[in-house]
Design a protein around this ligand. Sequence first.
Ligand code: MN
Length: 339
Amino acid sequence: MQGKIALEEHFAIPETLMDSAGFLAESVWPELKSRLLDIQDKRLKLMDEQGVEMMILSLNAPAVQAIPDIKKANEISIRANDYLAGEVAKRPDRFQAFAALPMQDPDLAIRELERTVKTLGFKGALVNGFSQVGDGQTPLYYDLERFWPFWAKVEQLDVPFYLHPRNPLAQDARIYQGAEWLLGPTWAFGQETAVHALRLMGSGLFDQYPGLRIIIGHMGEGLPYSMWRVDHRNAWVKAPPKYKAKKKIAEYFNENFYLTTSGNFRTQTLIDALLEIGADRILFSADWPFENVDHAAEWFDSATISEADRKKIGRDNALKLFKLEDRSAAQSGKAQAAE
Ligand code: MN
């Protein structure tokens, strides 16, 4: 399929580069490093080869979220966002941007979101899970009350928020002790992000700010497969839910969440996501440079789904969600006018 739009696609600046080291074998680090630091060269060639018209770019992980010093977190956010704005300006027809945000301080996060969206034209924010602040030992999840003014601003600016994975802190990762192979994208990323998303759903956040749109990657971090059970466990016991939100958890999932295919190139899994959340809320992504664009595209282009759904997931949902200009329509319109 030509004209695909991908939105979990990362880059690094020198200050955040080493955050991506250590996940893969040392022998592939030179390759990963060059992929992360490149925007206009190899990345663009791959996009051309694989029918990816546009990438909405975001900083690597955990980056800003793992900088407990508020001032430093803010500085790195600004530096990364300014750099990204410069790269997008070179090819706005091929690249757009998500903001990195210093969530350690909700007021600074509000300020940087507003600056990047209003002044730099960014399409939303991508945040790498919980933030560390102060001694770095307490993970701040964004259902906490201190973040609600931030969410009010996200709703007001009318931009999506991508909740991207990171590993749990060491003291919260005891279940992985002696089984460290489960950390990262193998399992811990998805687990961490799914619980964070459920915390948001149960907090009442979406009753207060129903216009919020949260994106999660990796075909929903396992949530589509488990959503029914979240609401229906022990159904024979007639007891009200123990969370603050007013509705069933699945209602928030269906009304406030979007999923991407990043790093989860499996048709069976996509079909389950289609059956749970529907084709209007799934968007194509690769997770470059940690996954290959060709692996994502070759799978997606030949997946056994309807062509109508492929068009929505591959392109149209992103055009709508990010209010992007449909350049292919503009071009064919021009061609028709010239005839
Ligand atoms: Mn990613």
